[in-house]
Design a protein around this ligand. Sequence first.
Ligand SMILES: *Cc1c(COP(=O)(O)O)cnc(C)c1O
Length: 356
Amino acid sequence: MEISIRRQQPRHLKPHPENESALGFGDIYTDHIFKMDHFDGSWRNPRIEPFGPLILSPAAMVLHYSQTIFEGLKCYRHPDGRLALFRPRENFKRFNSSAARMAIPLLDEEFALRALKELLKIDGGWTPSLPGSSLYIRPSIIATEEHLGVRPAREYLFFIMLGPVGPYYPEGFAPVRIYVEDSYSRAAPGGLGNVKAGASYASSLLATEMASRKGYTQLLWLDSVSHKFVEEVGSMNMFFVIDETVLTAPLTGTILPGITRASVLTVARDLGLKAEERALSIDEVLEAQKNGRLKECFGSGTAAVISPVGRLCYRDEVFQIGDGGIGEITRKLYDELVGIQYGLIPDERGWVEILD
Ligand SMILES: *Cc1c(COP(=O)(O)O)cnc(C)c1O
């Protein structure tokens, strides 16, 4: 399919951020957006056009029944100035598995990646070069059909937007405090836990806000059935280092299959560490903490890559992880992954796609 391109008028091009070190997350967007419609049973009209507000009916189904999915990945600037994507095919593969679960028509993954690359040819220059910063890429599909009966929509919009972002945590690579949530749930078996759906985030807001008021950056969700087993954190998968083993919860359907998570497991094994996916109860974690066997704890996700955890709060008791600082394994994994993404160390696994 031919992608039609309508460029923003030069006099309407936005100024790029002057101070890259002041970049936040999700406030600035580039000049163009990729869009494609789905109606009469197929995806049509792929196009790149000036970024701007959408026109939607107030009865657009996404606004009422949340039939929408998204992805999140980044474009990185290498020291030689070239732009790179990290495992982008994995994102579009996951986008399609999210689509399938949400009764949204599937995309041609190769075409979606090509569309992204076309958009980056136009707006890739927005990618900042300050270490830790990047151009965030947000593909999304929304149900646009004007209809209020409950059923999958017959019309959709797929779009990809871009925006320069700074490091996810303004404090930088520093340990965060995490609140272990033992009454609210994120995902039930058979639900949306393994889908990147806005709906999952909507249901997490209240509990996260309550934890934030108590001074915690994120929530660690427990399984929704027994409230015993650790699942994941906010928008990150969760890892524990007990003795010498790197542990994370298995992908049983209630956990988002993070691409960073998969990369951490691979890199950990390549570094000669033992890495296991297995059910881990909060009691086991805290028991290990008391015995001095819980060495490190960190979250993994595209936004922060690796986020060290310094403290866990469970039922009003606070547990310090290690010495409360950044663990040795956490730092090694961070340096390795960030090094590959930013082109500072060789990419031996074919994870990086350089754009031309
Ligand atoms: C996106 C996401 C992650 C992390 O996935 P990555 O592919 O590593 O960015 C983890 N948990 C949730 C709930 C997410 O939405």
